[in-house]
Design a protein around this ligand. Structure first.
Ligand code: ADP
Length: 489
């Protein structure tokens, strides 16, 4: 199929969050699966600085945006089987940061309008335009608006992926015609209207052909006010076209067998049939990485004590108030605790204050440190992630890949990827609890530590199960392919 992937950020060009990781991996996986894929994104200053001399100029046009006629250049770069297009307008995109400007609505209104106007300049007319988050939410609306006059684009379908429903592109009613150049009918019939304002996200949810959320559980959760930031009624109204597709991780980049930052490499040994062999090739590797981690983080050298890690933004929705509430009880379990992260002052202060109390048993690194994160994934035994909400979550998948058992709350992608240990049959790949409650969390932490000390074979079995999981983008691409085919048939 011919897919145009529209995004406001993508690795390796520019990144502020998880969307960039998706946009940097999914298009290649879709291309490998036999699709023709083009990606389109703004030519930000930082992208131009680093990549412009590798790009070729395609064309320039004038894009109509309300009463304006705005210059729009198109540049092209071919990389990893994917054609990357960059939309150039220095007034909108030659800025230090990607978002957070007073005119973000106009900037991404322009971006979305330009995508439609540039369709004849692309290598192919796409069958599907795959849009992401509010920055490209106007694409399905402009497509519907324009196709009544332009038959060539009438058959194009749209997929809209919700990575984070909190950001909706909400603007005053007066922006509809003046800024976005849309007729009043779009507001009058409610398509783009929400609580008296223009709401771009709502417009996309109403007009696209399929809505996807970044995990099956998150797709279900978005029906409820607790998770949907006011969009629950819109999601329910459109529930017939809502799908959940779990994000993947880059299985090459996150690979303990080749990761150059680790003290030693390790991995599952597979039999000829591709199943994990009975030989334990992981324990020794994990032990050496634990020893190095303990030394580096100032923890006591204790090979037989379980290390629990947290690698996270230290913000409330990551469930840290549960951890603070029962921290002393956790530390009474004869374990070590490592925290890597930064964020809200109260959490940082809490962990800082506990350092003195648990000298040699607890370590904290305040800040963002990718190299240290990988050492923790490799050296820890357990990763704690008790999130209040988690659309997909990457840390639990990386932890499992590195043989570290996740302890998570059953929400969003955590629920879809971590399956609780079942003592009676040994099934599972981690530990989970359902209610947002510190006693429930403590209960499963106790269970995990107890298993570590008293049932090493079962602990290893869970580790093997986690390391055998397929979190590749190939799997996600297959799911998206099915959705594309369904809406185009
Ligand atoms: P979110 O996107 O909500 O922050 P995810 O679990 O989806 O949470 O992704 C977080 C990613 O960022 C993971 O890859 C994790 O390893 C990484 N990460 C989080 N905090 C840090 C940190 N302080 N230093 C290094 N990497 C971090």
């Amino acid at each position: 199929m011919k897919i145009l992937f529209a995004t406001s950020e993508a690795v390796p060009f520019c990144k502020t969050g998880g969307l960039a990781d998706v946009a940097g991996s999914l298009p290649q996986a879709l291309a490998k699966a036999g699709n023709e894929v083009e990606v389109i994104l703004p030519l930000y200053q930082r992208v131009a600085d680093k990549w412009k001399d590798k790009m070729s100029f395609v064309c320039s046009i004038e894009v109509p945006l309300g009463w304006r006629r705005v210059y729009c250049g198109l540049f092209r770069l071919d990389l990893d089987g994917v054609v990357w297009y960059f939309i150039d307008n220095e007034y909108y995109f030659k800025r230090d940061s990607l978002y957070g400007h007073y005119d973000d609505g106009e900037r991404f209104g322009f971006f979305s309008r330009a995508i439609i106007s540039l369709l004849p300049a692309l290598q192919f007319t796409p069958q599907v335009i795959h849009c992401n988050d509010w920055q490209t939410a106007l694409v399905p609306i402009y497509l519907k608006d324009e196709c009544v006059r332009w038959s060539d684009i009438r058959g194009i379908k749209t997929v809209f992926t919700v990575h984070n429903i909190e950001y909706q592109g909400r603007y005053g009613k007066e922006t509809l015609e003046d800024l976005f150049g849309l007729a009043p009918g779009w507001f009058a019939d409610g398509t783009i209207a929400m609580d008296g304002d223009v709401n771009l996200l709502k417009g996309a949810l109403m007009t696209c052909d399929a809505i996807t959320a970044v995990s099956p559980t998150y797709a279900q959760e978005l029906r409820y006010a607790y998770f949907a930031h006011g969009m629950e009624s819109v999601i329910r109204l459109n529930s017939g076209k809502v799908y959940g597709v779990l994000n993947g991780i880059d299985m090459e980049r996150f690979n303990p067998a080749t990761d150059k930052g680790l003290a030693v490499n390790y991995g599952l040994e597979l039999t000829k049939t591709g199943k994990p062999s009975a030989k334990d090739t992981v324990s020794a590797g994990k032990a050496k990485n634990k020893e190095t981690l303990q030394k580096e983080m100032g923890l006591d050298a204790a090979a037989d004590v379980p290390v629990i890690g947290i690698i996270s933004r230290l913000v409330s929705h990551k469930g840290l108030d549960l951890v603070c509430k029962v921290f002393d009880e956790i530390m009474s379990l004869n374990c070590q605790f490592v925290v890597l992260g930064s964020g809200d002052w109260n959490y940082e202060q809490f962990f800082e204050a506990k350092l003195g109390q648990y000298h040699g048993r607890m370590a904290l690194y305040r800040g963002y440190n990718e190299a240290l994160a990988m050492k923790i994934y490799a050296g820890a035994d357990l990763l704690l992630m008790p999130s209040k909400s988690e659309p997909c979550g990457l840390a639990q998948m990386i932890a499992m890949r590195y043989g570290t058992l996740p302890i998570v709350r059953e929400t969003g992608g955590l629920k879809d990827t971590v399956h609780p240990y079942e003592a009676w049959c040994g099934a599972g790949n981690g530990f989970t609890f359902a209610d947002y409650n510190s006693s429930d969390m403590l209960y499963v932490i106790r269970q995990a530590v107890d298993l570590y000390y008293n049932n090493a074979p079962a602990f290893k079995q869970l580790r093997t199960a986690g390391m055998s999981e397929d979190f590749s983008w190939k799997r996600s691409a297959e799911e998206y392919n099915k959705i594309y085919q369904r809406i185009c048939s």
